[in-house]
Design a protein around this ligand. Structure first.
Ligand code: PMV
Length: 314
């Protein structure tokens, strides 16, 4: 009988470049290790098949009875097909501390943890690129036309510079980045916000292309600054500009504006919405010593959850 295995995957945030990344511009995303998805595979009675138990969703299902488009079953099936393995007699238990539909990559993290745990249970370790490719297939079920940034940063577990359709580049960080993530508590399905931007682009492609180009330039400059460990104040300014461009794309919301303003007023170097927008999360970049004050301002400004994370030197 196989031994039980547990594998995890982090959450993620997009530092710069969301939405424009869907249209071929670069984005930078970083893992958030303070929140994570966990998948455990335990041996079960012979003949039981694979039982999938999503604890937070209060769902238990047998893989062979799960609907074809169920994301949890889909990633389990893809993994088994990739390994050429039959479903083991086992229980796959999934937990996640990553808030759902808020831009922290919960879907991709759950999928990543499942691939890793099932593969390890069957004595395989898959490369981050292979895991990422499989997770991408399931991301398409969640939001139609994903750029692929979530599955990439989560499977690699490192900061990535990402251009749709190109091999992802992980990159080094020259000085630690202190980030605070504020959750508006407003669930915002990525598919909806991405659809709204598409409608805007269809109405006035020239205007949207100009906005995307400006985002792309910010991302290029930011990557150089982050790698070189230059003063974070400049990165903060670029985050503010990126937020402004996202507002012009129509994806901010009153709740996001309140949190962004609160963070800036409390001394953040920069603040912006992160992910699809319209709700979900915003991020603030701070100096180490200002972090607690900014976190408190986010709570006062209505954030339902505030998570601090440091992108370490690498
Ligand atoms: O809400 P999130 O973090 O899943 O991010 C969506 C990011 C978009 O650029 C808006 C869409 C995408 O597929 O990259």
């Amino acid at each position: 009988m196989n031994s039980p295995v547990t594998r995890t995957a982090p959450g993620k945030i997009i530092l710069l470049g969301e939405h424009a990344v869907v249209y071929g511009r670069p984005a930078i995303a970083v893992p958030v290790h303070q929140v994570q998805a966990t998948a455990t595979v335990d041996p079960a009675a012979p003949g039981s098949g694979l039982i999938v138990s999503a604890v937070d969703l209060d769902r238990v299902m047998r893989l062979n009875e799960a609907p074809g488009d169920d994301p949890l079953a889909s990633i389990a099936r893809l993994t088994l097909a990739h390994l050429g393995a039959a479903p083991p007699d086992a229980t796959l238990t999934i937990h996640s501390s990553i808030p759902i539909a808020s831009g922290l990559g919960s879907g991709a993290a759950v999928s990543t943890a499942i691939v890793r745990a099932l593969a390890a249970y069957l004595s395989h370790e898959l490369s981050p690129a292979t895991v990422s490719r499989m997770v991408y297939e399931v991301e398409k079920l969640h939001h139609g036309t994903p750029s692929g940034v979530d599955n990439t940063v989560i499977s690699f577990g490192r900061p990535v510079y990402f251009v749709r359709g190109q091999s992802p580049q992980t990159f080094g960080v020259g000085a630690p980045l202190h980030l605070w993530i504020g959750d508006t508590g407003v669930a915002s399905p990525t598919r909806v916000a991405v659809g709204n931007v598409r409608q805007g682009w269809q109405k006035d492609a020239a205007r949207y292309e100009r906005l995307f180009d400006q985002v792309g330039e910010l991302v290029e400059q930011a990557r150089g600054d982050i790698e070189a460990g230059r003063d974070a104040a400049m990165l903060g300014i670029m985050m503010d500009r990126n937020h402004d461009l996202l507002c012009q794309m129509g994806v901010s919301s009153p709740e996001l504006e309140r949190l962004v303003a609160a963070a800036r007023a409390a001394g953040a170097l920069g603040a912006k919405l992160s992910g699809a927008g319209r709700g979900g999360n915003m991020i603030a970049l701070t100096r180490l010593e200002d972090g607690t004050r900014v976190a408190e301002a986010l709570r006062q400004g209505g954030a339902v959850q505030v998570i601090g994370t440091v992108v370490p030197v690498s």
